[in-house]
Every structure is written in structure tokens, then in C-alpha cells.
Design a protein around this ligand. Structure first.
Ligand code: SAM
Length: 275
């Protein structure tokens, strides 16, 4: 027989599509806790039913009332409880941070049961540098704010990883095409599911592809780091031409310099010739 679980808050990752990805430890913990805090009791109810587990479900998100949080903390101090999200790893663009913080403040044990997270799955597929990456959650909905975030993060020497939705993908790619035109981009879609796909290319290539094949399902969007693009004169010309379609020569030169590592002044001179 399984050892009873120690009291505490168990952060349990669940599958992001393929139910075969649930870990043995996740099953043991979900089967052994006094209650499971979750975003949507119907979604988690279905997962538990699939696993043959009966558990008390309590709805929780970071906007839950103080009373709900206190209730969960009281349960976790007395016995084991779990926190799950609809899919993937709790706290990663999902609720849980406030609960974990409050539990730690109270000296309640917090234990993480690792498992799938779409950001990491996408990073392992995209063929972009993975030694440094910056996960930045969802891009803002509004165009101006979205561009500001891309401009802010564009100089970071790391692969950028964002969560996206199918209806917003075209707008996100359009914003990347004008703010970071020289970058390699990857779209990782429906990960671990039947129609899993990971497609990479320039922002312009991906815009053309998804205009012809409107995407469905869940999406992770990745942007390669600056300086990864081939620094040939021919390539620089192509990038400058693309950038000049929407930018002033000085901006275009700065962006292409960032993408290729080539000298910004030389690129500016070339941009003035091409203009
Ligand atoms: N906590 C989750 C995790 O660890 O992956 C993420 C939750 S967040 C609210 C939902 C977003 O994650 C989706 O909009 C999508 O960007 C991404 N996502 C989740 N499952 C995915 C999948 N199977 N394929 C691609 N992206 C996925």
C-alpha cells in the first residue's frame, strides 16, 4: 500500500493534450490528497475520471477570495492537498503563485510534481537555441502594447517564448514582421496531440503560410535570438528591403544589425542606397 502523503500543498502538472503524459507520481498524489484545487472543476473532473480517481474539487484561481485561499491553506496545513490547472504546469501562465507564496509564508510544505509545460515542449521541438530562453507568457491583445513588448524584449540575447491563441496568431506575426523582421520564428501547435505541428521560417513566410492555412488549436510562438541570422551581404540586403517597407532607414539598420550582428553604420549607408 502507498505511504500516506505528508501534509502540504502539492503542485501537480497534468497533460497538455496526450493523457499518456500524466506521471505516476501525479496519479499517486491526486489519488492521495484530501482535496484538489483547480481552475475548472469540469475539466479536472474529466481528467480524474479518466484516471479512476474520486476527489473533492475546489475551484481556485489567483482572483479567488481571501476566504477561499484561507480555506485551502487551512486544509494544506492539516493534510495533503493538490493544485492543478486545466492543463500543463500550474503557475506557468496559470493560477497558483499567490497560493504558493501564502503557503510558504505560513511554513506550509510546498511540493512540486513536475510534468508537461507547453513552453518547454515547444522549445525542444523548434530547433532554436535553447541554452538561454525567456518565457514571456501571452503577448498583449492591443497592437501598440504588443509591439512595445516585442521592442522591449527584442534585444534580449535569448530565444523568446510566448503563448498564443489561433485567432490572434496573424496579428502577432504581423507585429513581429515589423518590429523584428530578420528573426527566425517558430509556431508550435497542438503539442502532444494528433495534429501536432512545428513550423519555422521568417515572419513573412509564416504570415503567408497561415493566411493560406488558418491555424487551429493551441499555439506556442518562439522568436530566435538576435545575431542568429546569416550575416551575408545578400541576406542583409533582403532583410533591409523587408524592414524598409515599414521602417525608417535608421530603424531598419538598427533592427538588421541586431539580427545579423553586422555594423549598424554600414547597414544605414546601405539602407539609404536601397531606399
Ligand atoms: N500552464 C500551461 C503550461 O504549462 O503549458 C499553460 C496554460 S496557458 C493558460 C494556455 C496556453 O498554453 C495556450 O493558449 C497555448 O499558448 C499553450 N498551450 C497549452 N497547451 C498547448 C498545446 N498542447 N500545444 C500548444 N500550446 C499549448
Amino acid at each position: 500500500m502507498e505511504q500516506p502523503l505528508e501534509p502540504g500543498l502539492y503542485i501537480v502538472a497534468t497533460p497538455i493534450g496526450n493523457l499518456g503524459d500524466v506521471s505516476q507520481r501525479a496519479v499517486a498524489v491526486l489519488g492521495g490528497v484530501a482535496a484538489v484545487a483547480c481552475e475548472d472543476t469540469r475539466v479536472t473532473g474529466k481528467l480524474l475520471q479518466h484516471l479512476g480517481i474520486k476527489a473533492r474539487l475546489i475551484r481556485y484561481d489567483d482572483h479567488a477570495s481571501e476566504a477561499t485561499r484561507e480555506h485551502l491553506l487551512g486544509l494544506a496545513a492539516a493534510g495533503p492537498i493538490a493544485l492543478v490547472s486545466d492543463a500543463g504546469t500550474p503557475l506557468i501562465s496559470d493560477p497558483g503563485y499567490r497560493l504558493v507564496r501564502a503557503a510558504r509564508d505560513r511554513g506550509i510544505t510546498v511540493i512540486s510534481i513536475p510534468g508537461p509545460s507547453a513552453a518547454v515542449v515547444a522549445l525542444t521541438l523548434a530547433g532554436l537555441p535553447s541554452d538561454r530562453f525567456l518565457f514571456a507568457g501571452f503577448l498583449p491583445n492591443k497592437d501598440k502594447a504588443r509591439r512595445e513588448v516585442l521592442e522591449e524584449l527584442g534585444g534580449v540575447k535569448a530565444t523568446l517564448v510566448f503563448y498564443e491563441t489561433a485567432p490572434r496568431l496573424a496579428d502577432a506575426l504581423a507585429a513581429i514582421a515589423t518590429t523584428l523582421p530578420g528573426r527566425e520564428v517558430a509556431v508550435a501547435r497542438e503539442l502532444t496531440k494528433r495534429f501536432e505541428e512545428c513550423r519555422s521560417g521568417s515572419p513573412a513566410e509564416l504570415i503567408a503560410h497561415y493566411a493560406a492555412h488558418p491555424p487551429k488549436g493551441e499555439i506556442v510562438l518562439l522568436i530566435g535570438p538576435p545575431g542568429e541570422v546569416e550575416a551575408s551581404a545578400e541576406n542583409a540586403d533582403a532583410l533591409l528591403r523587408a524592414a524598409l517597407a515599414t521602417m525608417k532607414p535608421s530603424q531598419a539598420a538598427a533592427e538588421v544589425a541586431r539580427a545579423t550582428g553586422l555594423d549598424r553604420k554600414a547597414l544605414y549607408a546601405r539602407a539609404m542606397e536601397l531606399k
